[in-house]
Write a protein that binds this ligand. Structure first.
Ligand code: GLU
Length: 367
């Protein structure tokens, strides 16, 4: 039995659709029953549910998801209410109340808004209300999007200090080969570390009505794992799945977590979108990874992307592996001018100097 007090359950659109590709009342009811079953055993659930756009398509009789972002936003606006009504009805049958929370990435990036979010989630749970979260698709555009709910659910698991992230999907788990090509493909039951080999196994599946695929699920598992939270990917239509997972049954794929990051490091690692990349030489890599040092201009070889001072960037080693994330003290154009130089040369070259370091250790997380 897993030691779980709070779980984030992410429900993909594909889990909610019936054979006619309509949001299935039975599936939503099944979910409500499961949440009730684990609640009776003292476990709190937070749901991250997709399905707004699919529900809007159904309401307006559309078969194909429109390409235009404005139309998708309009569909989500129509569909989200209907989706929530289904959730409300289904949960009421189990004597449970739900509370809707719609988010864009801006709400997590801003410390005060994220703090409000933490408080709201805690307060809903303390009032025995089940939070049902979705991306605020009606308002979000590229710059402020999470992009997919796998990613959002991992962030929610971290923000809410949950003990488990459960991704309910229409696949059985992560396979050792592409199951669409190889009928003898097997489910990998435990992944200890998400390395290159595991990432290669993830095949992006993008159907008409849902977003994401294994790629975004692995990203989510990685994020949750860095914060010490295990992730399990399972089929959403298996009977009693939530309780069975918590009981510790070996279904689907379990991604084991790594050590937990401190909360102050969490902001640097996850709250921001990555705006650019820097490549560092071997000397700098050793100093950052093994000696706890800051990044100085001398160790930088290449800069990619157009970013400003104060934005989040990734630091890569010479073989292209991401070794760290951090908040940069200098813009990409500044770094292009001072890369490879000693810190003393910064002011001479730029005419000003914010700091000796390009990324200070305190604003950096080694990945
Ligand atoms: N937020 C989208 C929706 O409700 C789905 C995003 C996703 O499935 O990842 O339709």
């Amino acid at each position: 039995m897993l030691n779980v007090k709070r779980v984030v359950i992410k429900v993909g659109t594909s889990v909610l659709l019936d054979k006619e590709k309509k949001i299935s009342t039975d599936m939503v009811r099944n979910l409500a029953k499961q949440v009730k079953a684990i609640k009776d055993k003292g476990i709190e659930s937070i749901i991250v549910s997709s399905g707004a756009i699919a529900s809007g398509m159904e309401t307006l009789g559309l078969k194909k998801k429109p390409k235009e972002i404005e139309k998708r936003q309009a569909l989500a606006s129509v569909g989200q209410i209907k989706l929530m009504k289904m959730y409300m009805d289904a949960f009421e049958k189990e004597n449970l109340k739900i509370g809707q929370v719609l988010l864009t990435h801006e709400d997590i990036k801003s410390k005060s808004r994220c703090l409000n979010l933490m408080n709201t989630l805690n307060s809903l749970l303390s009032m025995n209300i089940v939070p049902v979260i979705n991306e605020n698709d009606a308002l979000s555009f590229k710059e402020i999007r999470f992009g997919d709910n796998d990613n959002l659910s991992a962030l929610i698991a971290q923000i809410s200090n949950s003990d488990l992230l459960m991704l309910l999907s229409d696949v059985d788990g992560l396979c050792d080969k592409d199951p669409r090509k190889y009928p003898d493909a097997c489910i990998i039951s435990v992944v200890k570390k998400i390395d290159d080999k595991i990432e290669k196994l993830a095949t992006g599946t993008r159907s008409e009505k849902s977003v994401g695929g294994m790629v975004s699920k692995l990203e989510a598992a990685k994020k949750a794992g860095c914060y010490g939270i295990p992730t399990r990917i399972v089929r959403g239509d298996i009977e009693n799945i939530a309780w069975r997972v918590i009981k510790g049954e070996n279904i689907g794929t379990l991604f084991q977590p790594e050590a937990k990051l401190a909360r102050n490091k969490w902001w640097t690692a996850f709250a921001f979108k990555v705006k650019g990349k820097i490549w560092v030489d071997e000397g700098a890599e050793g100093a950052l990874v093994h000696n706890g040092k800051s990044l100085l201009p001398s160790g930088i070889t290449t800069v990619e992307g157009d970013f400003s001072r104060g934005e989040c960037i990734e630091l890569n080693n010479m073989s292209g592996q991401v070794i760290a994330r951090g908040i940069t003290n200098y813009s990409s154009s500044d770094i292009n001018k001072i890369k490879g130089l000693k810190s003393v040369a910064i002011e001479k070259k730029l005419g000003y100097k914010y700091a000796e370091e390009i990324v200070h250790r305190d604003n950096m997380v080694i990945i």
